[in-house]
Design a binder for this molecule. Structure first.
Ligand code: NAG
Ligand code: NAG
Ligand code: NAG
Length: 232
């Protein structure tokens, strides 16, 4: 039997009659820096004409996206402090699939993106400036620090060409690396770390910067700005 005919059989008779519209597939939360997008794929045999409803359950059940044709739903505006069951189902005419449920706790489950890092090479030291990742859908300037009070920057640095990594932690938005060899290229990368949750963020891309001489005082500062690693 030809495959398209099988499909036609399924979609015209079997599923509506038996009421077995399959569930959306591969349902997962894509959450970075508290931007929370539930994603899924269409059920087997249904590429078109299917709609979806996605809900969250905390004390009650709320529709977040109702009868949509997209295969994603934005849950970024739910409270960050909740602990939810999210669920999505497929709908086709009068039929509907079972719910597919996942649990989601924004502060626990979101991926912490890398901070932005700016490096100044000054009198033999490296002066670092960090920007904590911003949180979408929140007032300007809100960053992950506003949600994670034990936020720390972990810095890893090494002489270019070696694997001998040194570490430094800072709770502030700046840090100075000292005791470096003069006129030497160092590379560094930075991650956010939530101490009280033992939760690590993603590392920024390595930035490599040459130190100046430390003996003769002020050299001209060299500025290096990392590529902002933004996630969509
Ligand atoms: C999802 O949860 C509902 C209750 O909210 C339950 O009836 C259903 O069986 C669950 N589905 C799966 C696939 O676990
Ligand atoms: C770092 O070292 C590699 C070789 O080990 C070299 O190719 C690269 O140019 C160095 N980077 C800088 C910024 O000097
Ligand atoms: C923190 O997490 C790391 C892995 O992510 C684990 O190896 C370590 O044991 C944890 N520390 C504590 C105190 O739970």
């Amino acid at each position: 039997m030809e495959r398209s005919f099988q499909l036609w059989l399924y979609s015209c008779f079997l599923i509506p009659v038996l009421g077995i519209l399959p569930e959306p597939k591969n349902v997962r939360m894509n959450s970075v820096n508290l931007k929370n997008i539930l994603q899924w794929e269409p059920p087997d045999f249904y590429k078109e004409n299917v709609t979806y409803t996605a809900q969250y359950i905390s004390d009650r059940t709320f529709d977040k996206c109702k009868n949509i044709i997209l295969t994603s739903c934005d849950f970024s505006d739910i409270s960050k402090y909740g602990n939810y069951i999210l669920r999505v189902r497929a709908e086709f005419e009068d039929d509907q699939s079972d719910w597919v449920n996942i649990t989601f706790c924004p502060l626990e489950d979101t991926t912490i993106g890398p901070p932005e890092v700016l490096v100044e090479s000054l009198t033999g030291s490296l002066h670092l400036h960090f920007s904590c990742p911003k949180v979408e859908n929140e007032p300007d300037m809100w960053t992950l620090k506003d949600y994670y009070y034990s936020w720390t920057y972990n810095v890893q640095y090494w002489e270019n060409g070696t694997n001998d990594k040194l570490e430094k932690n800072s709770i502030y938005d700046s840090e100075v690396l000292t005791d470096l060899n003069p006129q030497t290229v160092y590379c560094l990368q930075v991650q956010g770390f939530i101490t009280d949750k033992n939760k690590s963020g993603e590392w920024s891309q390595p930035i490599c910067v040459q130190t100046t001489d430390n003996v003769f005082g002020t050299a001209f500062p060299q500025h290096f700005i990392s590529l902002a690693s933004t996630f969509q």
